[in-house]
Each structure stands twice: as structure tokens, then as C-alpha cells.
Design a protein around this ligand. Structure first.
Ligand code: ZN
Length: 570
């Protein structure tokens, strides 16, 4: 039985004794328990993960499971001679080697030579090499020979924080377990459980600073908890736990974010002053505020469902509080605050200037008028294009300080390239007598309803004469309309015009420039339409450039109009 000692560190006292007790490492625990149950125990295992995450604890547990007098068993008894010897670190057949100080090839050769001897009292001889990535290349080579064909009674357990430094040849002979970094939530609930077992009270929320400070390491968390219990004489308050960590009080971190969201310079200064008084490292504070801002940004601009809020490593009160802050922020402000804090963090160097760097960056943000409302700009420009008087000066109420935009994009309403057909189309089936259109353009527009492709060709033709008796056209040989020169095409056209418009006259289509004629061909409908569109666009461009909103923008941004793009909006 383990003797309860008042000075025994919590990390040792509550070291997991069974796979079930491995906190936050469910996958690894289950895999190892299953392997033992099925009698398929791996002979070479790597446990990889950040410090304090339980690599050697898990390795020892596995050694115990293999060598327990009741075993091999997934639930070692913890009471037999073998289990107790492993717990206290003096089992003859479980050898712990520190890879950091036994890195030479000779050390590994010695180890290799000892492998031949059978275990003294347990079924397995276990070699636990910690920090295995520290071994030299020749030591790895020596080890490799053993790993290729280990005797049945030998088990190698390696622990490492740097898996990438282990040669592939070694990796390929081992079963690798990646131990998870523990979330603050997992750590907190384990700490709560331990305090309950210790019969100690704690203020709600007081363990969060410890869990955060531990950054995924249960061992660090338990060491801090030991300290807090000692300092507080068994009474755990939030203030006490904050005081033993390098963390800024959560309340102050939140207060700073609130002040930044509200763009309240006075509040910013007051909060920075209070943070300074706690003596917390300001770099850590900025990191904490940045982290909180990022969480708020996700909630504010991507929505609650954009991600699993459990991943944010916050408790439900904190999430609620954060949602409140997020709601009060302007769109994308949180992202901009985050970026400001990251820049601020880069500028800080641990000198006394840090305080002023934080304050200055924060105040600069508070005095930043923010991005102009782009929606308002857009309506203003639309108003310009449609000729309505501008009402957009309100959009410029707060001058932005961001870089000058080089392009003014005007979204304008222009007529479609071709004039829209106004008259009703009369189909041959219609009983009313077909009427001949008044103009060539009207005829083509009506024809478009009937034969759109051919109407396109007619638009490219040059009209010389238009009457119920004669329609005379010329077409460029290089033009899209050249197939109108084809006699069959002309017969079809004649028939169609007769059916649709009751046209009984003659259609004459000739090649342009065929004769010595010097008179330039009259403008085709397509050319006319192009010319008109260009003229309208030039007018719109001019209107956009001359518009008051544009001129205000140029004055504020100090830029120039490089381009005006006009979109057709039907
Ligand atoms: Zn046992």
C-alpha cells in the first residue's frame, strides 16, 4: 500500500496506475489495453508528445501491465512485488535509460550485451529509453541491430518529444503512439477531481489559470497546484492561482478586449495600468488577448456553428461572455484587433518599453475611424451612374486612414448592346395581316425573335436601301455576315421576310467593295450600336469621375482614378 505522505507531490501521488486512469490519452490507453488482452503486445513502442503529457508514465504502465504477477493484464494490480518495484523505479528487469546522457554507441553496446540475459524475476525485460531522439547516429545503428530481431523476452519503450529526429529505420520497426496535448478543460477537470480526493475546497474558476499556464502538461499543472495549495494554505482562490502563474487575470484580459472593441482610449489606458500593476509579463498578456480576440472573431463573423466551440478550450461561462463581446463588435473589427495585437506582440521585446508599445498600438486602434461603409459607397456610385443626385456624403463622415484604392469601380446601368425590340412579333400563324416595319433596325429586332443567329448577321450588313419594294445590303467578305451572299440563304430570307412582314419586294445582297465604288458603306446596325454604347460609357465614365463622391474619395485617400469599370446591369 502506498503510504500517504503530506509532502508527496501530487504528480507522483496521482500518477495513473491503470490504463483507465490515463487522463486525456484515451486512444493510446485503449490500443495498449487491447493489445495486451489479445496477446499481441508490441516489442518496440515509441511514445511521442510534448513534455509532461504522460509519455514515461504510459511506458511504465505498459511495463507494469506486462510484468504484473497477475499479468500480462490491461489492469495491473499495482500491489504485487513487481508492480510496486516498477512504481518505485527499482525493478531489476525494467531499466530506465536517459537518452540525453547515454547517447554514445558504447552505452547502447552495453545495453545490447545485457539483452542476451533472461529477465531475473519477470516475464519481460523492459528497456525504457527517455528522450530517445538524443541518441547519436552510431547509437541508433547499434540499436537497430537489436530491434531487427529482438529476443522474445525483450521490450523496447522509447519516449520522445521530437519524433521527427528519429531515423526512419527505427520508426519503421516500432509502433508509434502520439500522446495528445491536454486541453485546459481536461486538465481542469482532473485538478478538480484531485482536489476532491484531497478534501480541499476551491473557488469556481480558480483552476483555469493553472490549467492554461500548464499548456497541455498535466505534470506542470499538478506542480502548480502543489504550489497553490502550499501558498494558500489549502484555500484556493482565483486571485491566488493567478498570482502563482505568469498569467494575467482573465478578468483583465477580457477587460482589455472589451476596451478595444468599444474603442475606448480611457478604458484601454486604465486596463493597461491595472495589468501593469499585477506585474504580469505583458507579452503573455498580449498573447492571451490575441487568442481571446481570435475566438471572438470566429464567433462574431463565422457564427456559432462555424466551428466546434469545445475546441476553443473555454468553459461555458467564458463562451457566453465572449459571445457578448463578439456581438458588440463591428464586422471584421475583431480580425483587425487581432492583427493589431500580433503586430504589437512582434514589436515587444521584454523591455520596459513593452508597456508603451501595447498602449500605443491600442490607442492607435481606438483612434482609427474604421473602414468606411462599402455598401453606402456602392449606392452612392449607383446613384451617380443613374443620374440621381448624390446622397452619399454621409458615407464619408469618418475619413478612413487605410491605403488609397487605385481603382474606382462604377456599377452603372447601360442599355444592352442591341436596341430592345419594342413591337409585338407577328408570327406567320397570326391571323392579322403582317405589317412591314418602319425601319431596318425594327425589322432586324423583330427578326431576332424568329432567327436570332441570322439577325446577328443582318446587324453586320450595311444597309443601302430600305423600302417595301427593295432591301439592298452589302456585306464585307471577311465579316460574320458573309454567308448572306449565299443564294440559298437569300431565298430563305426572302421567304421568311414574306411570311413575317408580308414583304413582296426584292432583297439585294452584294459583296462590299466589289466594284470601284468609293463611297464608304453606311454604318451597320452592329457598328451603330457599338458607337452608341461607347459614347454612353464615356459619358458614364465622365460622370463617375466628376461625381462629388469620387472627388471626396480622392481627396481623402490622396489617390487618382486609374480606371472606371462599367458593368452592364440589365
Ligand atoms: Zn501487479
Amino acid at each position: 500500500m502506498t503510504k500517504p505522505s503530506p509532502h508527496q507531490p501530487l504528480a507522483r501521488k496521482y500518477r495513473p496506475q491503470t490504463f483507465d486512469q490515463l487522463v486525456g490519452q484515451d486512444t493510446t490507453a485503449r490500443a495498449l489495453a487491447n493489445a495486451i488482452q489479445m496477446g499481441r503486445t508490441p516489442q518496440a513502442v515509441i511514445f511521442s508528445g510534448v513534455r509532461g503529457v504522460g509519455k514515461t508514465t504510459t511506458a511504465r504502465l505498459y511495463a507494469k501491465a506486462l510484468n504484473c504477477e497477475a499479468g500480462p493484464t490491461p489492469s495491473p494490480c499495482g500491489k504485487c512485488e513487481s508492480c510496486r518495484a516498477i512504481t518505485s523505479g527499482n525493478h531489476e528487469d525494467v531499466l530506465e535509460i536517459d537518452g540525453a546522457s547515454n547517447t554514445s554507441v558504447d552505452d547502447i553496446r552495453l545495453l545490447r550485451d545485457s539483452i542476451g540475459y533472461v529477465p531475473q524475476r519477470s516475464p519481460y525485460k523492459v528497456y525504457l529509453i527517455d528522450e530517445v531522439h538524443m541518441l547519436s547516429q552510431s547509437a541508433f545503428n547499434a540499436l537497430l541491430k537489436t530491434l531487427e530481431e529482438p529476443p522474445a523476452h525483450v521490450v523496447f519503450l522509447f519516449a520522445t518529444t521530437e519524433l521527427q529526429k528519429i531515423p526512419q529505420t527505427i520508426l519503421s520497426r516500432c509502433q508509434v503512439f502520439l500522446l495528445q496535448k491536454m486541453t485546459a478543460k481536461t486538465v481542469t477537470s482532473r485538478l478538480e477531481e484531485i482536489l476532491r480526493l484531497e478534501g480541499l475546497q476551491h473557488e469556481p474558476g480558480s483552476l483555469r489559470p493553472i490549467a492554461r499556464e500548464a499548456r497541455g502538461s498535466m505534470r506542470d499543472a499538478l506542480t502548480l497546484l502543489d504550489q497553490a495549495i502550499a501558498v494558500g494554505n489549502g484555500k484556493l482562490t482565483t486571485a491566488l492561482c493567478e498570482s502563482i502563474t505568469a498569467q494575467a487575470p482573465h478578468e483583465l484580459v477580457t477587460a482589455l478586449l472589451c476596451a478595444l472593441v468599444a474603442k475606448d482610449p480611457k478604458q484601454v489606458m486604465a486596463t493597461v495600468e491595472r495589468i501593469e500593476q499585477t506585474g504580469t509579463d505583458l507579452v503573455t498578456v498580449v498573447e492571451d488577448v490575441a487568442q481571446l480576440t481570435r475566438h471572438a472573431f470566429v464567433i462574431r463573423d463565422l457564427g456559432r456553428n462555424a466551428m466546434d466551440l469545445a475546441q476553443l478550450d473555454l468553459d461555458s461561462n467564458e463562451i457566453q461572455e465572449l459571445e457578448g463581446i463578439a456581438k458588440s463588435a463591428a464586422p471584421f473589427d475583431l480580425n483587425r484587433i487581432f492583427r493589431m495585437l500580433v503586430r504589437c506582440r512582434q514589436d515587444m521585446d521584454g523591455s520596459p518599453l513593452d508597456r508603451w508599445i501595447l498602449e500605443n498600438n491600442s490607442l492607435e486602434w481606438c483612434l482609427d475611424p474604421g473602414l468606411p461603409d462599402l455598401q453606402q459607397y456602392r449606392s452612392a456610385l449607383n446613384a451617380t451612374a443613374s443620374g440621381t443626385p448624390a446622397t452619399a456624403s454621409s458615407a464619408l463622415a469618418s475619413p478612413p486612414t487605410t491605403a488609397a484604392p487605385a481603382v474606382v469601380v462604377a456599377q452603372a446601368i447601360t442599355p444592352a448592346a442591341a436596341p430592345a425590340p419594342k413591337p409585338l412579333v407577328q408570327t406567320p400563324a397570326a391571323s392579322a395581316a403582317p405589317t412591314f416595319p418602319g425601319t431596318w433596325a425594327e425589322l432586324v429586332a423583330m427578326w431576332r425573335q424568329h432567327r436570332p443567329l441570322q439577325a446577328g448577321k443582318l446587324e453586320d450588313a450595311h444597309l443601302h436601301s430600305f423600302s417595301p419594294e427593295l432591301i439592298s445590303l452589302t456585306v464585307q467578305e471577311t465579316s460574320f455576315a458573309r454567308c448572306l451572299l449565299n443564294k440559298d440563304e437569300q431565298v430563305k430570307l426572302q421567304q421568311g421576310f414574306s411570311d413575317l412582314f408580308g414583304f413582296k419586294g426584292r432583297i439585294a445582297i452584294e459583296k462590299a467593295d466589289s466594284g470601284a465604288s468609293v463611297s464608304p458603306a453606311p454604318e451597320s446596325l452592329a457598328q451603330k450600336s457599338d458607337r452608341e454604347t461607347r459614347a454612353k460609357q464615356a459619358d458614364l465614365r465622365q460622370a463617375a469621375v466628376n461625381h462629388q463622391t469620387t472627388r471626396d474619395l480622392l481627396e481623402i485617400f490622396g489617390g487618382k482614378v486609374e480606371d472606371v469599370r462599367i458593368k452592364n446591369v440589365d
